[in-house]
Ligand binder design. Structure first.
Ligand code: UD1
Ligand code: CA
Length: 454
């Protein structure tokens, strides 16, 4: 049986107020690489295929409930401590006899491998009631300390506030994450009281109770970086920086060239093919897929977009949700594309807005072309066929269709459909009067002199 297939359930604690964030948003809704913190936790947990997952929230955290739906949430009406928070998930979890993981919604970096290691440790011969994820942070600060017995087994967890000098000197700290025997969980939770320095129900007390019952408990260690919690905006920024560095390395590992990695920002779900070249100062928002051999030049901002093989984007392009850039297409500087399909080999190289448009293969969109997709009330589509040529500074007033092979003269305002292979010119007729400029200058000169004499 593979580790991941052992039956697990998970409780994610997210009811903490996160006062230090100074935010109207629940702490776990703050984003790292475009994904909420609780979203990161759930993404890392997903491969374990847990039978059920419950997110514990505080009253009024409807945004979190919506974010994690269809998972169930349990409301903790007062934040009385981590032990009490776990207790709030009891009903939602139902009867479950496997391994129950307890995670924190504000510790977004815990890896799938680490979670699997915790679950795997639970099924070793000593059948530990509680497996605690430990860490040895550079600064053990005020974390709870993991106290081992002479044989090196976990004996109890002491909170920093209650710890004596000897216990505070212990460098093995409690990350907060645990894997607990589902059969023992609720009786253990019921024994927790709040007679301690903080007046809280400490989840950590269950280790001592389990030991008293003659059960063993264990520690699995993970690197500090995975267990980082976010409590302030400054820590959020540190978390973002750590995550971005990881993503840049992963992108290069998978075969992308990043000319200046530090200046490229990924979203958690960015997907890159091989031999993608990314110039300096490129930002990926959520939902971007990039195929092989694409070049993204400097200063592009891209979200919700699919880019097919061999396309060239930028410099200075903005691709917005619903953009699909076809193979070998070119989107150049100061071109914005939204909810539009750009066909294979099509080009929009300069200064354009393409919104709600279909652009056929090999068509050329001249500099300054605007698809006028919005009349202040409704959006409408512009459909351009294959091998069409749109002259510079044209306005295509949607809904409108330009046929295959059609040409639109520069400076046109196109309000009616253009047939295939037609030329449409919709601009003021040019009028030239021979010698008129010379006459005009003479006339104005005379007028000026007459005025000066008066
Ligand atoms: C807890 C641990 C401590 C550990 C530290 C790691 C306990 C008693 N202490 O301390 O040993 O070193 O985490 O960061 O468990 N939460 C609720 N409801 C509550 C209280 C907390 O949902 O009533 C959630 C918070 O949103 C947070 C997590 O539980 O995600 C941890 O709570 P926090 O108050 O930060 O715990 P610490 O006191 O730091
Ligand atoms: Ca904390």
């Amino acid at each position: 049986m593979s580790v991941a297939s052992q039956p697990t359930a998970a409780i994610i604690l997210a009811a903490g107020k996160g006062t230090r964030m100074k935010s109207a948003l629940p702490k776990v809704m703050h984003r790292i690489a475009g994904r909420t913190m609780v979203g990161h936790v759930l993404a890392n947990l997903a491969p374990l295929g847990s039978a059920s997952k419950v997110v514990v929230i505080a009253p009024g955290m409807d945004q979190v409930a919506r974010e994690v739906a269809p998972l169930s949430t349990a409301v903790q009406h007062e934040q009385l401590g981590t032990g009490h928070a776990v207790g709030c998930a009891r009903e939602a979890l139902g009867t479950f006899n496997g391994t129950v993981l307890v995670l924190y919604g504000d510790s977004p970096f815990i890896s799938t491998a680490t979670l699997e290691a915790l679950v795997a440790r639970r099924s070793q011969a000593d059948n530990p009631a509680v497996v605690v994820l430990g860490m040895r942070p550079a600064d053990p600060a005020k974390y709870g300390r993991l106290i081992l017995d002479a044989a090196g087994h976990l004996d109890r967890i002491v909170e920093w506030k209650e710890a004596n000098a000897e216990e505070r000197a212990v460098t093995l700290c409690n990350s907060g994450v645990m894997a607990i025997d589902g059969k023992a969980l609720w009786p253990l939770i019921d024994r927790i009281d709040n007679k301690n320095a903080k007046g809280e129900y400490y989840l950590t007390d269950i280790v001592e109770f389990a030991r008293r019952d003659g059960r063993s408990c264990a520690v699995v260690e993970a690197p500090e970086g995975e267990l980082m919690g976010v409590n302030s905006r400054a820590e959020l920024a540190i978390a973002e920086a750590l995550y971005q560095d990881q993503r840049r390395l992963a992108a290069m590992d998978e075969g992308a060239t990043l000319i200046d990695p530090k200046s490229v920002f990924f979203a958690a779900d960015t997907r890159l093919g091989r031999d993608v070249v990314i110039g300096p100062n490129v930002v990926f928002g959520a939902g971007v897929e990039v195929a092989d051999d694409v070049e993204i030049r400097s200063f592009c901002h891209i979200e919700g977009t699919k880019i097919a093989r061999g396309a060239v984007i930028g410099p200075f392009a903005r691709l917005r949700p619903g953009a699909e850039i076809g193979p070998d297409a070119h989107i150049g500087n100061f071109v914005e594309v939204k909810n539009s399909i750009v066909g294979a080999g099509a080009k929009a190289n300069h200064l354009s807005y393409l919104g709600d448009a279909d652009i056929g293969a090999k068509s050329n969109i001249g500099a300054g072309t605007i698809t006028c997709n919005y009349d202040g009330y409704l959006k409408a589509r512009t459909v351009i066929g294959e091998n069409a040529f749109i002259g510079s500074n044209s306005a295509l007033v949607a809904p409108v269709r330009i046929g295959d092979g059609a040409i639109v003269g520069a400076g046109s305002v196109i309000t009616r459909d253009v047939d295939a292979d037609a030329i449409a010119v919709a601009r003021g007729e040019q009028v030239a009067r021979a010698g008129r400029a010379r006459d005009f200058r003479a006339q104005r000169q005379k007028l000026k002199q007459d005025k000066a004499r008066k």
